[in-house]
Ligand binder design. Sequence first.
Ligand SMILES: *Cc1c(COP(=O)(O)O)cnc(C)c1O
Length: 826
Amino acid sequence: MPILSIKEIADIINGKLISRKNNQEIIISSISIDSRTIIEPAVNLFFALVSERNNGHKYIDDLVAKGVRAFVISRSYIINEKYENCSFVIVENTLVALQNLTKWHRSKFTIPVIGITGSNGKTVVKEWLSELLFKKSVVRSPKSYNSQVGVPLSIWNIKPEHEFAIFEAGISKPGEMINLQEIINPTIGLITNLGEAHQENFSSKSEKINEKLILFKQCKKLIYCKDQNFIHQNINSNFELSNVEKISWSFVDKSANIFIQKQIQNNSCDFVAFSGVETYKISFPFKDDASIENAAHCLSLLISEQLADVDTLNMFSKLQPVAMRLEIKDGINNCTVINDYYNSDINSLQIALNFMSGHVRKTNLKRILIISDIKQAGIPDEILYREVAHLSSLNTVDLLCGIGAKISIFNNLFPPNSLFFDNTDRFIDYVKTNDFQNSYILLKGAREFHFERISSVLQKKFHQTVLEIDLNKMVNNLNYFRSLIKPETLIMVMVKAFSYGSGMVEISRVLQFHKVDYLAVAVADEGVELRQAGISLPIIVMNPEEHSFENIIEFRLEPNLYSAQIFDSFFNTLKHNAVINFPVHIKIDTGMNRLGFSTESEIQHITHKMLNQEQMIVKSVFTHLAASDEAQHDDFTIEQINRFTNLSNIITRKLPYKVILHILNSAGIERFSEFQFDMVRLGIGLYGISCDKNAKIQNVGKLKTSISQIRLVKAGETIGYGRKGKAKENLRIAVLPVGYADGYDRRLSNGVGKVFINGKIAPVIGNICMDMCMIDVTGLKVEPGDEAELFGEHISVASIAENIGTIAYEILTGISQRVKRVYLHE
Ligand SMILES: *Cc1c(COP(=O)(O)O)cnc(C)c1O
C-alpha cells in the first residue's frame, strides 16, 4: 500500500487529471472499487469500474457525500461541477488503469512471489501455504480474490516488510491470463489441477491448459503433479516454459523430482516424500482426495524452496479446513453475529471490519469486535496491535474484546472501555453473566482460540433446518436481468411474500445497495417494516387496504390504485391529512381479470378524476401478464401488451407530466424484452428460477437440515403415520427435523421427495410428519449430524414443484418463518 499523490497516480496510469491546483497533492493510501468498503474516504482512490452488468460511476455521488475525493473515471462520465474539492483522473478504461497501477506497484518488489492457478484447490493451497510459511511475513490474496479485479486489489497489499507473496489467478475465458501474469509476475508457479470447471468458454481442454500455463512464463520454477498426465505433457510441450525449472511430484512415479508415498489412516493421512537427497515425513488431519492432493502441492513447494524444516513439517498436522465465507447469523438479544472463521491476520480483519461497517445500517446498533491474539510473523507485536486498534477505530467499533495473552499486554493501545481476557473460557464466563444486546458482533479468532464456542453461546438457538441464501448469486441474477434490458430502463423488484421466502429486509438492503429503482410489496405492513429497517427506495404497495392508508402516507409508501372506489377513499384520506402531490400507481387489467381498470370508459373516468385534483400524482401505469412464461399463450400476451399500449395512452396523453409505464415480470423480461417500456418488475428470476433452461442464472436458496437420528428398521416393519412406509427388507432410516409445518410439502411423502446427503440422493419414506420426516438411507454412508439438502444445488426447486403438481413460487413462499434464514456473502 504505497502512499502517492493523485498527480503521481495520474502519471503512472497515463490518465488526464482534472483537479484544482490545490487538490493535485491529495494523498492516496488506499484504493477501492466497492463503495461499501471504504474506511478512510479522505485518502481513498475510487476506481469506477464498468462491467457488463454494473457501473461504478453510479456510486460517485454517494461517495462524494461520504468524503471520498479522488476518482478514476472513464471518459463518458460527466463530472458534476459542484465537486470542486475532488480530483478526477480520466482514463480510457478504468479496469486497465487499476491493473496498470498495481503492475507498477508489483515492480517495486523482488521477494519470491508464488502464483497459483488450476481448476480446484487454489484457495486451499494458498491458505495452507501461508500457514506453513509461518516463519515468514507473507502477503496473500484475500479469500479467493483471483479475477481481473481481485488480483490487482491483492497485489496492492504488498508492503516493504513482506518476505513472501502468494497470489491466485483464475480465468474464465481465453486471453485473460496474460494480464494476470503481468500483474502478479510470479517467480514460483504452482498448478493445482485441471477439472472441467469453466470449460464452457474454451474450445478444448488443451486451449484451457495453455491459457493457464501463460501465468508461469516468467517463473524460475513450476511445481505440478506428474500423475496428471495431461498437465505433465502440456507443460513439457509448451515452449514458453522452456526456461522454467519444472518440479514434478508423484504418488506413483519414482522418477518424479519428488516421490511421495501416502498412507491413509483413520482420520488423517501420512506422507513420506523423497527428493532424491532427503526424506520428509508429514501427517495431516484429512484423508479426502482433494486435501491429499493439496497437501502434496504444498509439501513439494516447500521442499523445492528448501523451506521444509522440522517445524514446518510439523505444522502440517495443524492444518484446518478453509472456510471461505463470512457467515451471518441471528444472535441472542437482537444481536447479529458475523463469524469469520477465516484466518486471523490484519488483511482479513480489515475485510471483515469493512463488511461489518457496510452491513450495519441501523445506527442504534452497536459494533462489537471480539478478537484473539493474531499470529502474524514479521510484524512486531506492538505495531500489529496498534494497527488492530487503528482499524477498529476507523470502522467505529464501539467495544473491543481482546482474548489472549498477547493482545492483553497491549491493552493500553485500545480505548479505555475495551475488555481483555486471558483465554476463551474466561470470555465465555463473562458472556454468561453480561449479555450483549442490540449489536453487530464480529468474531475474529485464530484457530487455537476456538471461537466457534463463543459463536455457539452468542447464537440464537433455533432448530437446525435453515434456508441458506447466497446473496452473491442473487446479485449475479439481478445483473443478468439487467443485461437483458436497456441501461435506462428502470427496474422494480418484487419483495412481496417475505421476498419469495428469502427474507424481505436482508434482500431489500442488498437491492438498495445495488441501485434497483423500486421495490414492491403486497401489503402496507411489509412496506412499513422495510422503512423501519432503513430502506429508502420508493416502495409500491400492490394491495393497499383502507385500514393501512395512514401508514402508507406516514411511511411514504406508494399505493397501487386499482379501482375507482379505492381511488376515492385514498383521495379522502389524503385530503383529510392535507397532503398534496402524493405518488400513486394505476393498474390496468388487460386480461388477467384480477385487479385493475379494464375498460376505456373506466380509464377515461379515472383520468378525469386525476386531472381534477392535486392530492395525487400518477407515478406509473402498469398491467400484469397472465402467461408470459408459456409459449402457447404468446398471442394472448401480445394482445395484452397491445391493449395496455392503447389503454395507458388514454391516461398519459392527458396528464401534463411523464408517467412510467411497465408490464414485464421475470419471464416477460426474458421472453418479451422488446416491450420493456420504462420499467420492468423482477420477481422469481432473482432467485434463480427461469422458464429458460439456458438462462445464465443460479439457484440462490438452499433448504438444508441435519440428520437427527439413524435407525435400523427390520424387514416387515412400517415407518411413520398411517404405516405408509413399508420395509420390504432391512432398512437404514435417517430422521430429519423438517416437516410440513416448515414448508416441506406433505405431498413429497412416500418417495415423491428426494434429498441429497453426502453426495447421494435418498428418497423420503413414509408420510411426512408435521415437524419431521424419514429418509431411506440404506447402503449410504451417513451419520447423525450430516447435512441433508432438501432443495438447492442438487435438488432443484423446479423439480420439486413439478413432482407435486405446483409451481416454484409456492415452494419458495411456503417455507415457514420458523425456518431460520442464513445469508452467505463471498
Ligand atoms: C409478483 C408480481 C410480479 C413478479 O412476477 P414474477 O413472475 O415473480 O417475476 C410482477 N408484477 C406483479 C404485479 C406481481 O404481482
